[in-house]
Every structure is written in C-alpha cells, then in structure tokens.
Design a protein around this ligand. Structure first.
Ligand code: SF4
Length: 471
C-alpha cells in the first residue's frame, strides 16, 4: 500500500496545479527553465489538478503550452515541442490524498499505538491512489466529479472495499448510514464503462462471514470478468482495538472459512475458469493449512493485498536456488521483479545491497512468515554451505494478531537483538519508511543499527546472497 508523506496532507492548502519536485538535468523541462518548486497549472488551456491530470493531458501530445507559476511568483507561458514518447524529465510532488468520511469499526487507525508514524493515522480514500498503487477505497465518499474522472481518464482498475453486498451489514461495518454505504449505482456505472474492479472483503467473524460472505462473493462473481477478483482478508486486531463488536479471528474460524470458501472457489473455477475469491495468506497460516498451489492464484491479482505472497516467495526462492545450483545466478545489480511487499524482501535502494564477507548471519522476519523463510534458508544453507538462521520477531508494538513482517517496529527488533548469531543481521526493507530512514515507531534506522551488536542491513536476502557470490 502507498504510504504518503503526512506533512503535505495536513499542512498544505489545496492550490491549483501540480508542483515540480525535481527536473532531470539536460531534459526538455530543464532546457525550458522549469525548476523544482514551480507549479504547472494548465496544459493547453486545461486545468491541471495533480500528476494524473498532467499525465492525462500530456499523453500523446508533442506540442504543448504550459502555464507555470514560478516559485518566485511570476507566471510563465511556455511553449514546448518534443518527439513522440520523449520524456519531459519532470518528477512531481506526491499526491495529497483525499480522506474518507467513514467510521469503519475495524479501521486500522484505531489499532495504532499513539506514537505510531503520523502517516498511519491518515484515512485515505482516494481513487487516484487506488489506480496508481492499489489502495482500496469504499467508494462511499467518492464524489460525482471523481466518478467522472475515473471514467474520463480510464483510471482502471479500481480497488474497492466492498466488505458485504448486504447493505445493512456494509453500513454497519463502515459506521455510516445505509444511504451512504450504498454504492450499487456507482459500481454499476463503473462496470458499464468497462472500469475493472478488484474487490476486497475484510472478514469480521460473526458480522460478514457465513451466508453474508457467500452472498457477497456470488454477487460480485456475477460481474466477472469486470469484477476481476475478490480478496477476503481477515480483520487484524491489535491490542489497541477495544471495540466489543469485533471478534478475534481464530484458527478454527480460519479452517471453517477455508472449507466453506473452498467449495465456492471450486464452483467458480468450473463456471468462470478462475478461483475469483482469494483468501488472504494469513487465513491459511492461522488455520495451519497448506498454502494453495500456483494454479490457484492464476495471475496473482490480489498480491498487493497479501494474497498469494507466500506462494510467490517460495516460487521465486526456488528459482533462485536453481540459478545458484546451475551456476547461473544473476550478477549483482541485475534484479528480478520481486513483488514481495509484506514479505519485505526488496532492498531500500540499489546501493543498499550490502556485500557481506561471509554468509554467516541472522535473518529477522515476522512470526507469520518465519517458518516459510526458514525452510528456504535451510535449503540455501545446504546448497552453498552458508550459516544463515531465521528468527521470528514477535510484534509487541502492535500486539494482538499482528504478525506480518512489514509492521515490525524498532523496539521489536531491539527486543530480540540477543538472538543474533553470526556476523550480521538482516531486517525486512519494508519496515523502513520509503522516503525516510525511520521505522514504524519513529525509531531512526541509524539508532537501531547503533544498538545492535553486529551490522544490520535492511535488504533482500536473495540480493544479499547474490552480491556475496558475485563479490
Ligand atoms: S475506509 Fe474505513 S478502514 Fe479505511 S480509512 Fe476510512 S474508516 Fe478507516
């Protein structure tokens, strides 16, 4: 999920135009004198509200007129020409998210410790972020203008939190009036206009499970292939969620859900040719059940929602081991597309892949993923003679059901630093904020490193091994 910088969201007034963050030296933008801090307010006479408008209005254009508000207050009208497809060389500010007007009973904001990063308290509900990053919206707060924009600019697919097609249940979960919760007209309009939808159900025992869930999945599947897929992910309660309406997800509940939804999945595969309704990895882990096969997930349409990540990781790690054993490992710097955001295996940046002297170290990860990672690391050790060990880190910061790697805090890592074996420690890159070297509890990565007995790297394990082999 896209996590934005909170400062502009709470401090900037909405101003017309889109601000340039940086300009590539020698690019067209540089040649015509555009600079960081300038705001492009119009392209060819049409108003620009944000980066997406800019992209939409410049797409396919080779001759353009920009109206630019310079950072010194001057207004410029700039004519420019480019070759077809030539990049203008402009990086823009982050999109400032629109916020939701719901009061979901399971809202993640209510499960945060008070000192969590401010960005974790921002309730975004933004069709632009949905299109760009796969963030879910409920569509309830989406305005008529935004609906028009989705259709006009083809902001497809959209990721929609449906939760339940039974209106009473949906309204209850969202904490709003039924009239507001009802998105049937909006959904219909999107589908009529060929906007693809990926739906989500946050599964809350005793609220939207059982018959309500079955109805929801059948109602959504009736719109396949325009509703492409549905993710069913369990509600995650931290120790700060005190709402008595919520019931904990138990292993028994997960087992029953797998059994019940398994029958539906089978039916969908026969009638639609796809599993269509995908259960989040956590449901299988908690139930102690086998993770489904690769075929089950098809194109992994909901991987960004934690659906199919373990299977993806196992496949990629298996391929990686095959590369190594065939002596065909990818050289340092040549990366594969590792879509593993929760498993947190991407390096913070290319330069951050460390070259370690030996493969004798400790890999920290969340409790949920640890057994799967350990199994693969044991295979790696057997293959290359490395001495890597995997340590599952309990999440005491959020507590409750939270066991994913990406939500581990600095305090959590410090609590297990005495479990380090070997010469270094590796933590999941996703625990570091993308635009700032801090962890979820605000602890600086430098401080964490300073308090460890060995060097700590926020790095992808496969890349680290590659870098070592290639060194
Ligand atoms: S839609 Fe619900 S869960 Fe999402 S931010 Fe708003 S209140 Fe929270």
């Amino acid at each position: 999920m896209y996590e934005f910088a909170v400062t502009p969201a709470v401090t900037q007034m909405r101003r017309p135009g889109v601000t340039i963050d940086s300009v590539v030296p020698g690019s067209i933008a540089d040649e015509i004198g555009l600079e960081s801090g300038d705001r492009i307010t119009k392209v060819n006479g049409r108003t620009v509200r944000d980066y997406l408008d800019f992209r939409f209005q410049t797409s396919g254009e080779v001759e353009m007129i920009f109206l630019v508000k310079k950072s010194d207050g001057e207004t410029w009208e700039v004519d420019l020409e480019r070759d077809e497809g030539e990049d203008l060389g402009i990086e823009f500010e982050q999109i400032i998210p629109r916020q939701c007007a719901n009061e979901c009973i399971f809202c993640f904001c209510k499960g945060n410790p008070d000192d969590a990063r401010p960005s974790l308290f921002v309730r975004d509900e933004d069709i632009r972020l949905s299109f760009l990053y796969g963030n879910y919206t409920t569509l309830s707060s989406v305005t008529a203008d935004e609906m028009n924009r989705i259709i006009e600019q083809r902001l497809s697919p959209q990721y929609v939190s449906v939760h339940a097609t039974d209106l009473k249940t949906r309204a209850y979960l969202l904490g709003v009036e039924e009239e507001k919760a009802d998105i049937s007209d909006k959904l219909e309009r999107l589908l009529e206009n060929d906007i693809e939808i990926h739906a989500q159900v946050v599964l809350c025992p005793e609220i939207n499970d059982g018959k309500v869930l079955e109805k929801t999945l059948r109602d959504l599947a009736a719109h396949y292939p325009k509703v492409v897929s549905t993710a069913v992910v369990p509600v995650a309660l931290t120790r700060y969620n005190k709402d008595e309406r919520l019931t904990k997800v138990t292993p028994e509940f997960c087992r029953k859900t797998i059994e019940k939804i398994g029958e539906l999945q089978e039916e969908f595969r026969k009638t639609l040719g796809t599993t269509f309704a995908f259960l989040g990895d956590e449901i299988y882990v908690k139930a102690g059940a086998e993770i489904p096969t690769r075929d089950h997930y098809g194109e992994y349409p909901q991987i960004e929602d934690g659906v199919g990540m373990i299977r993806t990781f196992e496949r990629e790690f298996g391929e990686f081991l095959e590369e190594i054993s065939s002596g065909d490992e990818k050289p340092t710097g040549e990366k594969k597309d590792l879509r593993t955001h929760d498993l947190a295996l991407k390096p913070v940046s290319d330069e951050d892949v460390p070259v370690v002297q030996s493969l004798n170290g400790t890999v920290f990860t969340g409790e949920m993923f640890a057994p799967y990672l350990r199994k693969q690391v044991e295979r790696l050790n057997a293959l290359v003679g490395s001495e890597l060990s995997v340590v599952a880190v309990p999440n005491t910061y959020f507590g409750g059901d939270v066991s994913v790697a990406g939500l581990l805090s600095g305090q959590d890592f410090l609590a297990v630093r005495d479990k380090v074996e070997g010469d270094f420690a590796v933590i999941p890159p996703a625990v570091i904020k993308s635009d700032e070297p801090i962890l979820i509890d605000g602890m600086g990565f430098d401080r964490l490193k300073a308090e460890f007995p060995v060097p700590v790297y926020a790095s992808d394990l496969m890349e680290l091994v590659r870098a070592h082999i290639g060194s």
